[in-house]
Design a protein around this ligand. Structure first.
Ligand SMILES: NC(=O)c1ccc[n+]([C@@H]2O[C@H](COP(=O)([O-])OP(=O)(O)OC[C@H]3O[C@@H](n4cnc5c(N)ncnc54)[C@H](OP(=O)(O)O)[C@@H]3O)[C@@H](O)[C@H]2O)c1
Length: 274
């Protein structure tokens, strides 16, 4: 039996669901935070405490953290995993979509950080684990919200991991590569066929990802890159982006010129960016 108390966000599917299963099977005290109630999931894990909270709403997150602190049930580990991806910069830039992604991926994590940093010392050590992405190093022009939110999240955790070194708060960031068969992995995200193939070749499994995060959260290490085989891929893409900008310039690059008419549906000319 695992003594740990862990809070997981976004456990209705994908990585969060795999983590929920792993922690619950090992007898940990799990608090699963989802934006909606899923009765089948909840009945499968009778010992797990499910909290219905949209991580974008700061007041709700704050209230949850305060309630847990007051009842001395504050978890040892927070795995802040909830995240979304969307196409927000295709024929035109869609601010509402961009905002929804940033609200979830960035503020949905920072909303937990603020109340936790306000708690006094001596409340026991807490691991704050942000689930970021290797994609934060290589922008997809069509998913700007995803790229920039993960980039900002990574930067914040990088700073906090140094700032809070040696204190009760342990800031850890997980840089995930593609995780096979998750919703984000399978979404039609405008990548060209050769990139989709690379993504498939260098992806990790759901179970492997959950195990890697589980073990990482038990250390005081600052970052985890998983799966390892995706690191050279993202490094190569990052180098290409820096040295061969034509490859990543935008509208005519990733999906190819033939996909887009010269005149878009919204009457704008399909000029390459940059
Ligand atoms: N899969 C990959 O290839 C990959 C690669 C790199 C990084 N990541 C990161 O890994 C994390 C998990 O991704 P995944 O692939 O497992 O995604 P997923 O299967 O789509 O799961 C995302 C989870 O987040 C929840 N969620 C979304 N918005 C929320 C909100 N406002 N409040 C509370 N919960 C919310 C979803 O709940 P609903 O069911 O209600 O939507 C779902 O439970 C994400 O942060 C993602 O960016 C994934």
């Amino acid at each position: 039996m695992l003594e740990e108390r862990v809070l997981l966000t976004g456990t209705t599917s994908g990585v969060g669901r795999a983590l929920l299963d792993l922690y619950a099977r090992r007898g940990a005290n799990v608090i699963a935070v989802n934006r909606r109630s899923v009765p089948e999931l909840e009945s499968s894990y009778p010992r797990v405490r499910f909290e219905c909270v949209d991580v974008r709403i700061a007041e709700r997150v704050d209230e949850l953290v305060r309630r847990l602190a007051q009842s001395a049930e504050l978890p040892d580990v927070f795995i802040l995993n909830a995240g979304i991806n969307d196409i927000d910069n295709d024929e035109f830039f869609e601010l509402a979509r961009y905002r929804a992604v940033v609200d979830t991926n960035l503020y949905g994590v920072l909303n937990f950080v603020e109340p936790l940093t306000r708690l006094g010392r001596g409340a026991g050590s807490r691991h704050l684990v942000a689930v970021s992405s290797m994609a934060n190093y290589v922008g997809n022009p069509y998913g700007l919200g995803y790229h920039t939110s993960k980039r900002a999240l990574t930067a914040c955790f990088e700073v906090w991991s140094r700032m809070y070194a040696g204190t009760d708060l342990i800031f850890q960031r997980v840089m995930l590569g593609p995780v096979a068969t998750t919703a984000i992995y399978t979404m039609h995200d405008r990548l060209p066929a050769w990139m989709v193939r690379l993504k498939q070749l260098f992806s990790g499994s759901l179970e492997g990802t959950a195990w890697a995060i589980f073990h990482f959260a038990r250390t005081r290490k600052r970052r985890l890159f998983y799966p390892q085989q995706a690191v050279p891929l993202y490094l190569a893409l990052w180098l290409c982006q820096a040295c061969v900008p034509r490859l990543f310039r935008g509208r005519k690059t990733l999906a190819g010129a033939e996909r887009r008419p010269e005149q878009s549906a919204h009457g704008r000319r399909s000029e390459p960016l940059g």
